[in-house]
Ligand binder design. Sequence first.
Ligand SMILES: Nc1ncnc2c1ncn2[C@@H]1O[C@H](COP(=O)(O)OP(=O)(O)OP(=O)(O)O)[C@@H](O)[C@H]1O
Ligand SMILES: [Mg+2]
Length: 303
Amino acid sequence: MSLVAERAQGVADGRRARAGERLLACEGLFHLYMLEGREVVALQGVDFGVDWGEMVALLGPSGSGKSTMLAILGGLERPSAGRVVLDGIDVSRLSEAQLTVLRRRRLGFVWQGAARNLLPHASAWENLDLPMVLAGLPAARRRKRAKVLLDAVDLGAQRGKPIRALSGGEQQRLAVAVALANNPPLLLADEPTSQLDRANVRRVVELLKEARDDLGTTVVVVTHDAEVAAAMDRTVTIRDGRVSAEGRGGAEYAVVGPTGSLHLPAHALDVLPPGARVVVEVEGDQVVLKPTDGAIPPGEGGS
Ligand SMILES: Nc1ncnc2c1ncn2[C@@H]1O[C@H](COP(=O)(O)OP(=O)(O)OP(=O)(O)O)[C@@H](O)[C@H]1O
Ligand SMILES: [Mg+2]
C-alpha cells in the first residue's frame, strides 16, 4: 500500500522539510458550553502544540474535553478564551467564510463514529469525490486521487457500493481516506478505531502512519486504545479540561497546570489517595510530597 500520488510528492517533501517547526499552537484555551441556562466548563486553560509531521494521541477519561479540543483545533468551535494558531494563521480571528476555506484545504477530520463522516446512500467513490469537488479539484485529478486512496485503504473493489453495504471496519477506513482526500497538512481524528476489531485497529494505525510517511501529514488522534496511543510519537492526556500529563517513548510526565495544580498518576494514588493531606517541601531543585497521617494538627496550618 502506498498513498504517494505523483503530484503529492513535492508537497510531502515541503512538509518534511519543516519537521521540528510548530504547525499548531494553542494557548490558554478555555471553553464553556451553555446547557439549559447553566455553564459547563469543558476546557480550562489548555496549552498544546504540535510540530510538522508529528503524530500525537490525545488521551483522557470520558468528558475530559478531548472532542471539544479537536473541534476548536479544527475551527468548528470558537474557544471562549485563548487562541489557536495554525501554520502562522490565528484561527480565532478568521471569518466564517475563511474558516470554511481553511477546513476544506488544510484540515482533514474523522469524527467520532464512522457513519457521521459518510453519506449513507452515496457510494464509497462518491464519498471520496465530494470533498475534492468542494475544494474545486479538476475531474482528472479527483479520479486519480480517489483511486490511490481507495487502493490504499483496500476498498478498490468496493468503490461502487453504498456506505450501508460496507462493514464497520471498511467504513472507518473509508472515513480516514475521505479525510485525506484533499491531502491536508493536518489530520484530526476522534476515536477512529472505536468499535473495530484488532485487525482493523492495526490497519487504521498503519494508514495514519502511511499518511505521515508518504504525504507528510501531521496527525492528532483522540483515542482510548492503548495500541493506537503507543503507535504515536507523543501522548497528551487531558483531565478536567486541562493537560494533566504528556508521554513520549514510554515515559510519562505529569504537567503542572496553569494554576499550579498537578494530577497525580494512578500509581501515586496508592500512597496519596484523594483527600490526603501532604506537606510540600522544596529541597533544592526537588519538590517532595510528604503524606501526613490523618488530620492536620491544630495550630500547624489549616482551619
Ligand atoms: N454541546 C455541548 N453542550 C453542553 N455541554 C457539552 C457539549 N459538548 C460537550 N459538553 C460537555 O463538555 C465536557 C467535555 O466534553 P467532550 O465531548 O469534549 O469530552 P470527551 O473527552 O470528548 O469525552 P468522550 O471520551 O466521552 O468522547 C463534558 O462535560 C461534556 O458533557
Ligand atoms: Mg469525545
